[in-house]
Write a protein that binds this ligand. Structure first.
Ligand code: BG6
Length: 511
């Protein structure tokens, strides 16, 4: 969240990566660390200790990462010198993370590294990144605690990825263990959407400009739609996805976080807790949905066979590792209400799904109609209410859509666009979300991370829906074809109140 000055003055830091041989480390964390290294944003004294049970050496782990860096880092084609300077930061600790000796040995390794760095008076930072399946989180937290590695409350941090639990109960179990060994301020819960450039820009847009906030309320806004659509299917994640589904995978975290940023009150300062209190204020105001209201406010879907970018793709139930009678939703839509003065009566429509027509994430703010339409009906045949679209990906930017008079003698109103595009306005490439988040962890800035109360509130909100869906097999799955915008039941959610989902593909951001 902070401006990117060099981190070189930062204290010596050991970055321990649990699950060093796994996909998350390979695809996202290491390329992001490499980007920070090339940009000279890592502390001058920095060491990565990868932990896993596989047979790597320092050298072979580094070699394993070389390919991921080439594939996923924007500096992937850098010189051999830069490779070498990064690779010498990498160390490997083979260990069984379900057994205490692994942590005791790790503590020795860290102590040795700190000793090599000298500077006895200067404190040393230690970051424990859990890039492992969540069922291992509790054991790792316990092991670190027992080895004394969580004791330094100011300089030791633990980083966990979603999903945090599968429901409220399992979240509380994991969270209690984390909080037994670490204080809340030491725990960094990642939601990588919060690290995306245009997601952070929502706050700048709303609170750094005096012109939007006065209309950012029920008096001017008719409805808010948040779309996070993907063209990808379940890929190689069948085992995880079958127990998760779209609601747990995307809404419980990413989509609700977006809603919080759109709906939150202005913060007094940009301190982590001030911002997180404001986000929590939204969670607190969300109207709960009882089990008997689930069909009214929520819709679910599962993709069947269809076409994506001209290629025929399998239905979810035919994907490898998926139960042929699976009840797992690959799409969900929700209508939520924020019960406070600002948003009373403004519906928030959320939708997310796999194998949809396009990969696009955007927030669309639809403004109210003018109170009195003075133009003759013939002028406004194409009239649509004004709309602001915040495009999060791809082609990050913002479009304001409004009506203008078409040139000519006749009075005809046409929708036109005013556009801001990140790539046009800023010549520097945006950092990846993980790069931003890792940088913030090193700086001990928790603004873009999710506090425990927010995760808990999200589970509380969604549990009635998840329970109803789990206990009532969907009779119509698959109910949307791959390559479409989702099931009809989602259309009903919006149309019941005379609205419709906007089709994001219609908003051309591309120059
Ligand atoms: C992850 C989900 O958190 O976010 C994935 O587990 C999803 O299912 C991904 O594909 C989407 O992230 P992005 O950054 O590609 O939009």
């Amino acid at each position: 969240m902070n401006s990117k000055n060099s981190n070189a003055q930062h204290p010596p830091t050991v970055f321990v990566l649990f699950g060093a041989g796994g996909d998350l480390s390979w695809r996202l964390i290491i390329p992001a660390l490499f980007n920070l290294h090339v940009g000279k944003h890592l502390p001058e004294q920095f060491a990565i200790i990868g932990v896993d049970r596989q047979d790597y050496t320092d050298q072979s782990l580094a070699e394993h990462y070389r390919e991921s860096i080439q594939q996923y880092s924007r500096y992937g084609t850098c010189s051999e010198d830069i490779w070498q300077s990064f690779f010498q930061l990498i160390h490997y600790h083979k260990g069984d993370i379900t057994a205490q000796p692994c942590y005791d040995e790790l503590a020795d390794l860290i102590a040795k590294q700190n000793k090599n760095w000298g500077h006895h008076q200067q404190h040393k930072e230690q970051i424990f990144y859990l890039a492992t399946p969540p069922f291992l989180f509790s054991g790792i937290a316990k092991g670190l605690g027992a080895a004394g590695l969580s004791r330094d409350r100011e300089h030791s941090r633990i980083v966990v990825e979603k999903p945090l639990g599968r429901n409220l109960e399992t979240f509380n179990e994991i969270n209690n263990v984390l909080r037994t060994h670490f204080k809340e301020r030491q725990i960094y819960r990642i939601d990588h959407f919060l690290g995306k450039e245009n997601v952070q820009n929502i706050l700048a847009f709303r609170f750094a400009n005096p012109i939007f906030e006065p209309i950012w309320n029920r008096n001017y806004i008719d409805s808010v739609t948040i779309t996070v659509a993907e063209t990808l299917g379940v890929e190689h994640r069948a085992a995880f996805y079958e127990t998760a589904g779209a609601m747990r995978d995307m809404v419980q975290n990413h989509v609700l976080q977006l809603l919080c940023l759109v709906a939150m009150e202005p913060p007094v300062t940009f301190s982590a807790d001030d911002i997180r209190d404001r986000r929590m204020g939204v969670m607190h105001s969300l109207r709960s949905i009882s089990k008997d209201q689930v069909n009214r406010y929520a819709a679910r879907g599962q993709y069947g066979i269809g076409w994506i970018n001209g290629a025929k793709v399998a239905g979810y139930r035919e994907e490898e590792g998926i139960n042929p009678n699976s009840n797992t939703e690959t799409y969900c839509a929700l209508q939520l209400h924020v019960d406070n003065w600002r948003w009373q009566g403004v519906p928030f429509y959320l939708r997310t799904g796999k194998r949809l027509s396009a990969k696009v994430s955007e927030i669309s703010i639809r403004f109210r109609d003018v109170p009195h339409q003075a133009f003759p009906a013939s002028a406004g045949l194409n009239a649509r209410p004004a709309q602001l679209v915040i495009r999060l990906q791809p082609d990050e930017g913002i479009i304001l859509k409004f009506l203008a008079k078409q040139p000519g003698q006749e009075l005809i109103l046409r929708p036109v666009d005013m556009r801001f595009s990140y790539s046009d306005s800023f010549k520097t490439p945006s950092p990846d979300a993980y790069e931003t988040l890792l940088w913030d962890i090193m700086r001990n800035d928790a603004t873009l991370f999710v506090r425990s109360d927010q995760v808990e509130a999200a589970w509380e909100l969604l549990m009635p829906i998840l329970d109803v869906w789990e206990n009532n097999q969907a009779v119509n799955f698959p109910n949307y074809s791959a390559g479409t915008w989702g099931p009809e039941s989602a259309e009903l959610l919006a149309s019941r109140e005379g609205r419709s989902w906007f089709n994001p593909a219609l908003f051309e951001f591309i120059k």
